[in-house]
Design a protein around this ligand. Sequence first.
Ligand code: G1P
Length: 290
Amino acid sequence: MAVTKAVIPAAGLGTRFLPATKATPKEMLPVVDKPAIQYVVEEAARAGLDDVLLVTGRNKKPLEDHFDRMVELEETLAAKGDKDKLALVQQASAIATVHYVRQGDPRGLGHAVLAAAQHVGDEPFAVLLGDDLIDARDPLLETMIAVQEREGGSVVALMEVPRESVSLYGCAAVEDATGDVVRITGLIEKPAVDEAPSNLAVIGRYVLSPTVFAVLRATPPGRGGEIQLTDALQELISMEPVHGVVFRGRRYDTGDRLDYLKAVVQLAADRDDLGPPLLEWLREWLPGRP
Ligand code: G1P
């Protein structure tokens, strides 16, 4: 069955970015000049998933406004004849059909995914985590969908990380780590470095079989007292094939402040309009720093 739906958990409080996130959802923080969440919705749409479900919570109304029409602003820009800005405003409401469900009591990533059960129904679906941005030039989700359609079951995106970083991620044990598509034999959420089965970290892209919903309903709270998606996937391995796609492209983490700053600089440096003057300024400015 074809994958048509994407689920994006967006109920987190974003406490790492306080006070910016006191009254603004962290998903709305700009990465250069576009809210982080728009990159993720665009990625889903590029992979052919134009039915997007955002799992939100309290204080997330700006997300709904962002993906809706903004008629007054559009009229003002149209009256001024500012076609470029008008296009930018209209773009966000035309990327995909965006639906919303609220998570209620946020009890972890697995719990957020479970909130999508009714919308998704009995078909495979993608999950995209908003803290991870995948460069538009390096296809990942398209490959994962193709693997799911060929192999069935579920597919998880993996990335090689330095050993000492593995405890920040879900970590996979795999059958044969030489290729870019691997059979996953075990998953563990944020293992201690000496307990990690590999240096393959789960990055925030999944194509999941709907069987995961039944498993999630039976998954007890795990690490941090939260219902972990990784724990449900570990259980799923005994029921259905779970594959990993090893991503070797460009990924930007926006989950903490330093990584967020790096993401903004890297993406701005790549832009035709901002890159050349930004790099020129950085070259002048950096040598004068201690
Ligand atoms: C979540 C997942 C983890 C995964 C990570 C990817 O963790 O639980 O398995 O490796 O996303 O970004 P979080 O970063 O939300 O703590």
